[in-house]
Design a protein around this ligand. Structure first.
Ligand code: DGJ
Length: 727
């Protein structure tokens, strides 16, 4: 019987339709993501044109060849009304272009036509080659599908095959088109330091809505992610188109609604201050712009993205494992670190069940505050007379791994590195250098700087048993000059800087395959799919106040998975003066990858007892939270004051329902919570951590989802967790 099944499965996969198909007679390509269909084609003018993006299509016969749009008087050409997949700036085109160039003779016109196509079935890549109508400038437009995931990636490679250099002034990864219509609503994430990933939804008006970074890194202000709906989708229902750009430098996503009711979203390198010189035979590759579609609402859109990010974006070694429970010293000791103090904290952390002890800022150079030391990545001998080895051995002897904070891209003017290499900091000659947090940004685009930083980090890893780096970046760029190269090439710094950061991480990983990395930039300033391909986790926000965190985490969850979302339990009153109970703080953190950032020297016996219990609980559900499916049951933006999230294990065997009530009017019950994602016919054993769930000991999935759960939450900042085990 088993053999028959295996044979059946084998033959099924052998005969399953390929994810990319060409309908040669109609000059169409059909891309099947497993959850949606994407169709593009070549129109009668030989332009690459968008045809369809939506629910899976069942019949090829329904598809008609691409056909260019009608012009509108002499003002809007047919080209400007055609949904081109990769429109260059040339001819009568007025939409945001995907590519814009200037030739050395002053010509600034590029008109791309279809030349050829190839499908690389093994990689699930469709490559369409476009060429300018006259000059030897080519663009390879790439579509990579991840079969079954619901996700498709667009990117492009601009090639200069002329005999002269040319300057690329804009290079976008791709354009996503919504079905024609008006009043599309754009959902995105905005914020600031200590207030990242706030969810915003706005109906698009005619014109453009731009989200971007001009700061050198991804930025706290916007996240390179969007979702689009017709204004009628919710967390559980409705058509949602979404996308995420994999780039950690200057990026831009523009949602544009044309006068002809076409809504398009284009994204890639930010064209602000952008110029990239392509010498003959050189190419410029744009970052991947991932996109997906669902008709099951924002909740399903998030789950599609989360699975994709965990299984396809995360580095190989990180995919199978859950994140270790971490302690970080920053909020406890700030810069005041030394071997005795850190060892004492480590002893306490180990007792709670911490698995990774991370020493934060202050261990190197003359670093006693934020005025000095960045750049001097050698251990401070006064603070650590035995080098790092003494502390690391202590941490390891307590059964924990050791992690270390670094901020490799930065330099304090008061450092040996800056005194030796003032030219290594980003600057314009003879102009002031703007400091922030008393530091300057190293020009990581330079080869020598890149090699130096790689060498420093590699040495740290070779000489010490360091299992984890927290890689920080505490300011944005200013004066992004690069005097060592010609003025024409200086703007390439924006791109080369990021490439070199990626290269350093990739090389460190190659040399030290087990090292884990957290991407931090003063909190969540560098969170995107580009960095997530290289790191194990990200620091969500420097705001660790649990109630504020609910909204930060909610926004984060629209685009990024719980597994990478670092969430610390810290002390109260926190940065905004608010005090929430320790249990509440733990439960908020337990919806992500838990860290403890409290000063354990100030904890009382009962705090240790509660923490130990919560850590034990967390370890029982963390696989479900980190590798499972998220259902947002009640939003922290809901006027009821109730926030509830639910996580269902990938194999369906366990579920965890979290509920938080920020305030209660005396006598009024918290709203009922309706679980989702359970198996209706299965029976679940219920375990409340504190008897605050009125749902019995056993219940069927259908009863729980239909009847809901009444949590007995009272007062201010009450919280609970209910664990469901499928029988
Ligand atoms: C900013 C980070 O976000 C904090 O967690 C901490 O590491 C400090 N930098 C240290 O300077």
């Amino acid at each position: 019987m088993q053999r028959v099944l295996i044979l059946f499965a084998l033959s099924f996969s052998l005969f399953a339709a390929p994810a990319i198909r060409e309908l040669a007679d109609r000059k169409l390509w059909i891309i099947d993501t497993g959850k949606s269909t994407y169709v593009l084609g070549v129109n009668q003018r030989n332009e690459l044109q968008h045809v369809y993006w939506g629910s899976p299509l069942q019949r090829d016969a329904d598809l008609r060849p691409a056909h260019a749009g009608e012009g509108w008087a002499s003002f809007d050409s047919s080209e400007s009304r055609t949904p081109e997949e990769y429109p260059s700036w040339g001819g009568m085109r007025y939409v945001e272009p995907a590519v814009k160039v200037t030739f050395p003779d002053g010509v600034r016109d590029l008109v791309l036509k279809y030349q050829s196509a190839s499908v690389q079935s093994a990689e699930n890549v469709l490559q369409i080659r476009l060429k300018d109508v006259q000059r030897d400038v080519f663009v390879n437009v790439l579509y990579r599908v991840y079969p079954g995931t619901g996700v498709l990636a667009k990117s492009s490679v601009v090639e200069n095959r002329t005999k002269q250099p040319l300057t690329v002034e804009s290079a976008q990864s791709g354009v996503w088109y919504m079905p024609r219509g008006t009043n599309y609503r754009m959902t995105h994430l905005y914020g600031r330091w200590a207030g990242e990933t706030q969810l915003v939804q706005e109906v698009l008006k005619p014109g453009k809505q731009v989200i971007e970074s001009r700061r050198g890194n991804t930025g706290h202000q916007f996240s390179p992610w969007f979702a689009m709906d017709a204004g009628d989708a919710g967390d559980t229902h409705g058509r949602v188109w979404f996308g995420a750009l994999a780039w950690s430098g200057n990026w831009k996503i523009t949602a544009e609604t044309t006068p002809f009711q076409v809504t398009r979203v284009i994204g890639g390198y930010n064209d602000f201050d952008f110029a990239y010189v392509l010498k003959p035979n050189e190419v410029l590759t744009t970052p991947a712009f991932y996109g997906g579609y669902t008709e099951a609402g924002f909740g399903e859109a998030s789950r599609i993205l989360h699975r994709f990010e965990r299984n396809e974006i995360a580095p190989d070694h990180a995919r199978q494992h859950v994140r270790p429970l971490l302690y970080n010293s920053w909020e406890a000791t700030t810069f005041n670190v030394n071997e005795a103090g850190q060892s004492a904290l480590a002893e306490k952390a180990a007792k709670i069940g911490v698995e990774m002890f991370v020493m934060d800022d202050g261990w190197f150079g003359k670093r006693n505050d934020d005025h000095a030391g960045l750049g001097d990545w050698f251990v401070n001998p006064q603070k650590f007379p035995n080098g790092l080895k003494g502390l690391i051995e202590k941490v390891n002897s307590l059964g924990m791994k050791f992690g270390l904070w670094v901020e490799p891209e930065m330099v304090n003017p008061n450092s040996d590195l800056y005194r030796a290499h003032p030219d290594w900091a980003m600057h314009f000659p003879d102009r002031p250098r703007t400091e922030a947090r008393n530091q300057l940004v190293l020009n990581m685009a330079r080869q020598d700087v890149k090699e130096h930083i790689f060498g420093v980090l590699d040495k740290l890893l070779r000489e010490n048993n360091i299992a984890f780096f927290k890689w920080d970046m505490n300011r944005n760029f200013a004066e992004p000059g690069w005097p060592a190269v010609s003025p024409d090439e200086q703007k390439e710094l924006w791109v080369q800087y990021v490439r070199n950061i990626y290269e350093i991480i990739d090389r460190l990983r190659a040399n030290h395959p087990n090292v884990e990395i957290e991407s931090c930039s003063g909190g969540g300033g560098r969170v995107d799919l580009g960095i997530m391909q290289r790191v194990d986790q990200v620091w969500t926000s420097d705001n660790t106040e649990a109630y504020d965190r609910l909204k930060i985490q909610e926004g984060f969850s629209y685009a990024y998975p719980a597994k990478v979302m670092m969430a610390w339990v810290t002390d109260v009153p926190n940065m905004n003066g608010r005090s929430t109970p320790l249990k509440y703080r733990f439960l908020v953190s337990m919806m992500g990858s838990v860290g403890i950032g409290s000063n354990l020297n100030h904890w009382k016996e009962e705090d240790f007892k509660l923490a130990t219990d919560m850590v034990r609980e967390y370890k029982q559900i963390r696989e479900t939270v980190q590798q499972g499916d998220l259902y947002r049951l009640s939003s922290p933006r809901d006027p009821s004051g109730l926030t509830s999230n639910m996580y269902v294990a990938a194999d369906g065997k366990q579920a965890a329902v979290f509920a938080f009530l920020d305030h209660q009017q005396y006598g009024s019950a918290a709203p009922i919570v309706y679980p989702r994602g359970l198996e209706p016919n299965a029976t679940y054993k219920l375990r409340s951590i504190d008897r605050k769930a009125d749902a019995g000991e056993m219940a069927s999935g259908s009863y729980l989802m239909g009847n809901g759960i009444q949590f007995d939450l009272k007062g201010d900042y009450d919280s609970t967790l209910l664990v469901l085990e499928r029988q």
